[in-house]
Ligand binder design. Structure first.
Ligand SMILES: NC(=O)C1=CN([C@@H]2O[C@H](COP(=O)(O)OP(=O)(O)OC[C@H]3O[C@@H](n4cnc5c(N)ncnc54)[C@H](OP(=O)(O)O)[C@@H]3O)[C@@H](O)[C@H]2O)C=CC1
Ligand SMILES: O=C1O[C@H](COP(=O)(O)O)[C@@H](O)[C@H](O)[C@H]1O
Length: 518
């Protein structure tokens, strides 16, 4: 990896503390940082280099998945960190920053490779990019990159305006838009699974797949983010970005060794083939929900409208479920069901691919109902990829039962999303970042829903906190003859609820792939 300078705007903030420093530290432990590396942290707080380093160390102790018993390693890690006071709005501060960066580059013999990471609120994205350009900070002999956090715009129009401004200072190839769902290890493994297995490629289409279900259920409520969340809702916070990115990553057809350009082209193709919704018809395929008071793990919790900081009479969505159709050769006729929401029964993030049922002329009395084959990519609470097949149970009555093949068994320690993303940004690999075309197409697709919500054309379905969301989200599937798949563990905790919809992970035989080679 090339030597470089990492310029971090928002170095005193929450994201830096929770995610960026721990990710950099883990990359350092794994020797995945460039051999010559300098980080300059920026903020308005009057910190010294020493207090900055102490804060970085503290955040690693608090939030890193790994610690080191060797204090010299931590010392070596933070040696690369410097702090500089900068007010984003003050042009003269950028000239001082330029001077500091040049000085560090000279001292450490670093080429002019500069990565600008914007870990600040979205209102600062544009002024920072402009000031980088105007101060000459972006005029380098090496390369420059801009890593930018979400949200990228508030709607189609504002996203376009922001992109236009950023494009004046950085080319598209220099912009790395973070969508942390793309950094999740299981999403990256899904891509590799499709790309490298002819057997998966062969069945990755409407001939074999009945439907696809993408779920991101959260147990948390609005937390301390009322000011932000009440203006965005589940649609902008999760659906337009993370959920549509998961849809793209599931639906792309990738040949072996596809580079980032190919991935982008294919993702764009998926978005272009997504059947558009009309504002007047959104209700037919989109469910909008909001939580009311309920109980989570036996403890009472407030309804959304009673959370601190939420506007009286708000109609904001804390839940959204939708049925989407991709009108292309591969996916025509396969519904993609997506749901995400807050204050739901379980934290579960997963993609379930349900395969078509076998054509059987009459059900066999002996074998009863045969479960469909499923491929389950679980990102939370565990990280696993499981294939559900049917096999004969010779230990019992010889009945056919689902068995599970762990393609990626849960339990293996994996890098966090931010580690993967920061490593890729350092290396200049933009495969798992959101390209502008995808972001624009995602906003364009979501725009009629945004408008329909704003004009209250879609009924707001209330659901009790601690449930699986409004029952209408189940109807979205049942009208097509399907149902949401749950992990058996979740279902078992629900007294009196039917278990027939659970995939029986952890109940029947769980087969692991042998580690020996054939
Ligand atoms: N926190 C999280 O878990 C996540 C955050 N994000 C995104 O990351 C970004 C940062 O969020 P977060 O860290 O939570 O925000 P914080 O409010 O915790 O931090 C904001 C940072 O911006 C700096 N800042 C604010 N105004 C100025 C200014 N005028 N000049 C210079 N620096 C300024 C602050 O420094 P100082 O106060 O010293 O001036 C601080 O370091 C946002 O875009 C957010 O949407 C995305 C996913 C998760
Ligand atoms: O981007 C966001 O994601 C989190 C959920 O992320 P996860 O990795 O825990 O699934 C969500 O809570 C937050 O509201 C949203 O801004």
């Amino acid at each position: 990896m090339e030597p470089m300078t990492f310029v971090l705007f928002g170095a005193t903030g929450d994201l830096a503390k929770r995610k960026i420093y721990p990710a950099l530290f883990n990359l350092f432990l794994d020797r995945k940082l460039p051999s010559s590396f300098s980080l300059i942290g920026l903020g308005r707080r009057e910190w010294s280099d020493e207090s900055f380093r102490a804060n970085v160390e503290q955040s690693i102790r608090e939030f890193s998945r790994r610690q080191s018993n060797d204090p010299s390693l931590m010392k070596q890690f933070v040696e690369a960190f410097r702090y500089h006071v900068l007010d984003i709005g003050r042009q003269e501060d950028y000239l001082d920053l330029k001077h500091l960066i040049e000085q560090c580059e000279e001292e450490l013999h670093l080429p002019q490779n500069r990565l600008f990471y914007l870990s600040v609120g979205p209102e600062h994205f544009q002024p920072i990019a402009m000031n980088i350009q105007q101060s000459g900070l972006g005029s380098v002999n090496g390369w420059k990159r801009l890593v930018i956090e979400k949200p990228f715009g508030h709607d189609l129009q504002s996203a376009r305006a922001l992109n236009e401004k950023l494009s004046q200072a950085f080319t598209e190839n220099e912009i790395f838009r973070i969508d942390h769902y793309l950094g999740k290890p299981m999403v990256q493994k899904l891509e590799a699974l499709q790309q490298n297995n002819l057997v998966i490629q062969g069945i990755w289409n409407n001939r074999y797949i009945a439907n696809v279900q993408i779920t991101a259920n959260e147990t948390v409520g609005v937390e301390e983010r009322a000011g932000y969340y009440d203006h965005v809702g589940a649609l902008r916070d999760m659906f337009q970005n993370h959920m549509l990115q998961l849809l793209m990553m599931t639906a792309i057809q990738l040949p072996r060794e596809s580079g980032f350009d190919e991935v982008r082209v294919k993702k764009k193709r998926v978005m272009k083939a997504l059947e558009p919704l009309q504002k007047q018809n959104v209700t037919a395929s989109v469910i909008r929900g909001q939580y009311t008071a309920g109980s989570m793990k036996g403890q009472p919790v407030a309804g959304y409208v009673d959370e601190p900081g939420i506007m009286a009479g708000t109609m904001n969505d804390t839940f959204i479920a939708a049925k989407l159709q991709i009108d292309d050769y591969y996916w025509r006729g396969v519904p993609f069901y997506i749901r995400t929401g807050k204050r739901l029964k379980e934290k579960s993030t997963r993609i379930v691919i349900e395969f078509k049922e076998q054509f059987i002329s009459s059900p066999s009395e002996k074998h009863g109902r045969i479960e469909p084959n499923l491929l389950v990519i679980e990102m939370s609470p565990n990280e696993s990829i499981t294939l559900q097949l049917n096999s004969k149970d010779l230990s019992g009555e010889g009945e056919v039962k689902p068995v599970h093949i762990d393609i990626h068994p849960a339990g293996e320690e994996l890098p966090e999303a931010y580690e993967n993303l920061i490593r890729d940004a350092l290396a200049g690999d933009s495969t798992f970042f959101a390209h502008w075309d995808e972001v624009e197409l995602a906003w364009a697709w979501a725009q009629p829903i945004l408008e329909a919500f704003e004009e209250n054309l879609v009924p707001l379905r209330l659901y009790e906190a601690g449930t699986y969301g409004p029952p209408e989200s189940d109807e979205l599937l049942s009208q097509d003859g399907y149902h949401w798949w749950f992990d058996a563990k979740e279902q078992q905790t629900t007294e009196g609820e039917e278990k027939q919809y659970a995939y029986h992970k952890n109940i029947n035989t769980v087969a692991s792939l042998p580690t020996k080679s054939f």
